[in-house]
Design a protein around this ligand. Structure first.
Ligand code: AMP
Length: 249
C-alpha cells in the first residue's frame, strides 16, 4: 500500500497571533512556523501502517513557499520515505490546493491519502473533502481511529451522538483528527538520515491547474479584548449579579 500525506506549514500553535495594523492579515515576520498539528497525526498514522507491514511507501507533500520544504523534511524525519514540494510563493485556497493534490495523486497513484482535518491558519476544513469529490473517491473525515482490512478501511469518527464507524473502499481520502494518535518526536539520527531522503521540486504554475484564488479577504481583525472579571463577596451577591446584571438566570 502506498500512502500520500499532505502536510501544511502554518504559524506554530503556541504563537500569540498578531494582526497587522492595516487589517490586511496576520504578522508572519520572524514568527515560529510548524507543521499543522493534525498533519502530524496524519504522518504518524501512515508511519504506524508502514511499521505494521501494511504500507510500503509514504510520500509527504506540501504546497507553499521555499521554506515549506522544512515541513516535508520533518515528515521524512519521522518516517516518510520521500517528499514532494510544490512551490508557490502565494497563498493558495483549499480549492487550488485540492487541484494540485489531485495532480499528484494521478501521478503517484496512492491507495490512501491522509490529510489533517483542518488547517489551523485558515480553519477551512475543505481540502480533503474537495479532493475526494474531484477524484470521486470515498472519504472518511475527522478520523479518530482507523483500521485497515485488505481492500477496505474502517474509520471511526466523532459525531454529536457519539462515535460513528464507517467502512470505505480503497483508494480513499482520510482526514485526521488530533485524537487519532500521539505523534512521535523525530530522533536526532533520524533527522540526520532525513537530510538524505529525496524531495522532488515542482512548481504549482507548471502543473496545468487553475490555482487562481476566488475569495477576496476584506479585513482581518483581533477578537475583542476580554473584560477583567470581578470578585463577589458571597453567593447572594453572585446570584443577584447573574440575575440582574448578566441576566442569565
Ligand atoms: P484546510 O482545508 O485548509 O483546513 O486544510 C485541511 C488539510 O489539507 C490540512 O490539514 C493539510 O493536510 C491539507 N493542506 C491544506 N493546505 C495545504 C498545503 N498548502 N500543503 C499541503 N497540505 C495542505
Amino acid at each position: 500500500m502506498k500512502i500520500l500525506v499532505a502536510v501544511k506549514r502554518v504559524i506554530d500553535y503556541n504563537v500569540q497571533i498578531r494582526v497587522k495594523e492595516d487589517g490586511s492579515g496576520v504578522n508572519k515576520d520572524n514568527v515560529k512556523m510548524s507543521t499543522n498539528p493534525p498533519d502530524d497525526n496524519a504522518i504518524e498514522e501512515a508511519v504506524r501502517l508502514k511499521e505494521s507491514g501494511k504500507a510500503k511507501e509514504i510520500i509527504a507533500v506540501t504546497i507553499g513557499e521555499e521554506k515549506a520544504q522544512e515541513t516535508v523534511r520533518k515528515a521524512l524525519a519521522v518516517g516518510a520515505d520521500r517528499g514532494i514540494h510544490v512551490k508557490s510563493d502565494n497563498y493558495i485556497e483549499p480549492l487550488g490546493i485540492a487541484k494540485v493534490l489531485k495532480k499528484i495523486v494521478e501521478k503517484e497513484k496512492p491507495d490512501l491519502v491522509f490529510l489533517g482535518k483542518q488547517a489551523i491558519d485558515d480553519d477551512c476544513n475543505q481540502t480533503g473533502q474537495m479532493l475526494a469529490a474531484m477524484l470521486d473517491w470515498p472519504q472518511g473525515t475527522f478520523a479518530s481511529k482507523i483500521e485497515h482490512k485488505d481492500k477496505v478501511i474502517e474509520v471511526t469518527r466523532e459525531v454529536d451522538e457519539g462515535l460513528e464507524t464507517i467502512q470505505i473502499n480503497l483508494p480513499a481520502i482520510i482526514t485526521c483528527d488530533l485524537r487519532l494518535n500521539e505523534p512521535r518526536f523525530a530522533s536526532l539520527p533520524n533527522i540526520m538520515k532525513a537530510k538524505k531522503k529525496p524531495i522532488e521540486q515542482l512548481n504549482a504554475k507548471d502543473l496545468g491547474v487553475d490555482i487562481t484564488n476566488r475569495i477576496q479577504q476584506i479585513k482581518v481583525e483581533e477578537p475583542p479584548k476580554r473584560k477583567s472579571g470581578i470578585k463577589v463577596a458571597n453567593v447572594a451577591e453572585l446570584i443577584s449579579k447573574l440575575k440582574n446584571e448578566a441576566k442569565v438566570i
